[in-house]
Design a protein around this ligand. Sequence first.
Ligand SMILES: [Zn+2]
Length: 419
Amino acid sequence: MYPTVGQRQSLARTFGCARVVYNDALTMRKAAWKTDRSRIPTGVLAKSVITDVKKTDARSWLGSVSVDALQSSIRDLDTAYRNFFDSLSGKRAGRPVSLPRFKSRKDKRQSLRFSRNGFRIRGNGKLNLARIGDVRVKWSRALPADPSSVTIVLDPSGRYFASFVVDIEPDHLAELDTEVGIDLGLTTYAVMSDGTVVDNPRFLRKAEKKLKAAQRALSRRAKGSRNRAKARRKVARAHARVADTRLDWLHKQTTGLIRENQAIYLEDLTVRGLARTRLAKSVHDAGWSTFRRLLTEKAARYGRHVGIVGRYEPTSQVCSTCGVLDGPKPLSIRTWTCGACGTSHDRDLNAARNILAAGRADRLNACGGPVGPGVAIPRRARPVETGTHRNAGCTGRKPRVAGAAGIPVLQRGEDVTRR
Ligand SMILES: [Zn+2]
């Protein structure tokens, strides 16, 4: 979005008011919980932190912004609490959700939301926001259906985005009989069971020189100065460029995979564990979690299957031809010959084939069908492999089970991304 100077000021005011309302509501809910473990209903909450306080001198300025944005703010708090409780009870998949936190004026990313009553899309393509006006928008794509809400985001590099929630029908593609296993790595990004190799683009590594220069310039500026703010924005922009390029690349990769395969199998990588090792930068740069999330989302949308193979399958130790466990192999060994059947293997390709076999077996088991031959991977073997791959940095904890088959499910009504 490209708001004018005036619109930017109105937006800043609305960001601020929405934040105050959110924080006031959170304070009230926390207090109520402390005194008698009660939950204040949303309506009551809205009345006391919006309608009533607007009449007081201390909060009269809440009247200068759209009430819809303020109400959305309270609904967001409600959702945050629901996510927390659902996560606690195990109803919600994925990593644990923490309690809602207070928002700050200094948060790098500011956001607010309008419900259907708070915005309109004009015939000329402008986005009309309540009490802000007609904002110029460069549409990344046409909206597939009538949106139910819009979130306005100001990112750390000073860009404005409008993100719409749109309900869409799944758009199932014609069924295929191709399946693929993927071995993700850092040397090469991915090796597929059919032999395709995807190089690691290393976006962050490539941009590091520029980033470092920007960072250095920032560190030289005096604290609190205007030039420092400018330099900070420059750093944020450089980071945003890396993130955008990476996301774009990941979208292209995942879309291609979804189009060409009915089922895609991946290994359950301990990304969070790996991200604490000295490989952290490379692991973040690879964006494996995003790769997996995009695949899962697109699979749900286009009627494909994504299967995650357990973390303890020794996919690089088993011969994909005869199924014999050949023992641990240090990472330096890129090719090896099976002692039992004499097949020579490329390490990653062999792993990809094993992932395919294990994924297939899991899927057939889940469907109650028979397990085909050639599935001889011993389950729940101890992780012995160390190095840059898989089990490095693994704490040995069991992964949290997400969804019935350990696969996160796309939530209905989830924010449609900028794509
Ligand atoms: Zn063999």
